[in-house]
Design a protein around this ligand. Structure first.
Ligand code: ADP
Ligand code: ADP
Length: 226
């Protein structure tokens, strides 16, 4: 579904230029669950941001199905993010003083869906993450694990094909982290492709494959048997 061909990323120019990704080649099949690991500074976030079209490679090709992502305008990339991708982050990135239902409605507003249908879809997405009794709570009234569930509902309410997760358990204790991973696994089992950066081996173990980055190159790949 995704094909990265000779992707490189250079920050800065001239004497200050630093290459943070070198000739990355990567194929991701529909329905896969891929973990990206590696030391701090190895290029994980840069690679994830390129996959999420939040950042643009300096060279190489990013092909999604039949589409050359590099040939899209920034507006077209925004549509790709809006309709094909869902994002979750370590810090949840929920709107403050905004209840769960309203947070989960946000991406549907951008899709132009009317208010009544948005509320129905958001309530259903929150039910899918076990928060049907927290619709009117603000993030400040929720635990970290619950906030990440709201963020997952917000990512999934648009029915994306790919979930992009940047250290989704990074701020959670072990038990809450595994609960979040069980939830992500459920979505993966429903056919959603998952691409996740993590530092933790026991979190990467939920993936079907782990890619190890070091100094901007893929050092090795390990397939997990489940
Ligand atoms: P990781 O996620 O593995 O910690 P990153 O992708 O965040 O690694 O960073 C890889 C390298 O790129 C690091 O050396 C970082 O300092 C550098 N880097 C990241 N973003 C920028 C930027 N916007 N400008 C310059 N250098 C950057
Ligand atoms: P960190 O890598 O420090 O954990 P995040 O996971 O919050 O940071 O964000 C990862 C990257 O995604 C950053 O480059 C950030 O600018 C970008 N980002 C964060 N939130 C959003 C968002 N809601 N929409 C688009 N890009 C975002």
């Amino acid at each position: 579904m995704i094909s990265l061909r000779n992707i490189s990323k250079v920050y800065g120019s001239g004497d200050a230029a630093t290459t943070v990704l070198h000739d990355i080649n990567l194929e991701i099949e529909e329905g896969e669950f891929v973990a990206i690991m590696g030391p701090s500074g190895s290029g994980k976030s840069t690679l994830l941001n390129i996959l999420g079209t939040l950042d643009v490679p300096s060279s190489g090709e990013y092909i999604f199905l039949d589409t050359q992502i590099g040939s899209l305008s920034s507006d077209q990339r925004a549509l790709f993010r809006r309709y094909i991708l869902g994002f979750i982050f370590q810090g949840y990135n929920l709107l403050k003083k905004t209840n769960s239902l309203e947070n989960v409605e946000m991406p549907l507003i951008y899709q132009g869906i009317d208010s009544k249908e948005r509320k129905r879809m958001a309530a259903e997405a929150l039910k899918d993450v076990g928060l049907e009794d927290r619709l009117y709570y603000d993030p400040g009234q929720l635990s970290g694990g619950q906030q990440q569930r709201v963020a997952i509902a917000r990512a999934m309410v648009t029915r994306p094909k790919i979930l992009i997760a940047d250290e989704p358990t990074g701020n959670l204790d072990t038990k809450r982290g595994h609960e979040i991973m069980e939830l992500i696994r459920t979505f993966n089992q429903q056919g959603i492709t998952v691409i996740m950066v993590t530092h933790e081996d026991d979190i990467a173990a939920y993936a079907s494959r782990t890619i190890y980055l070091r100094d901007g190159v893929i050092e090795k790949e390990v397939k997990h048997v489940s």
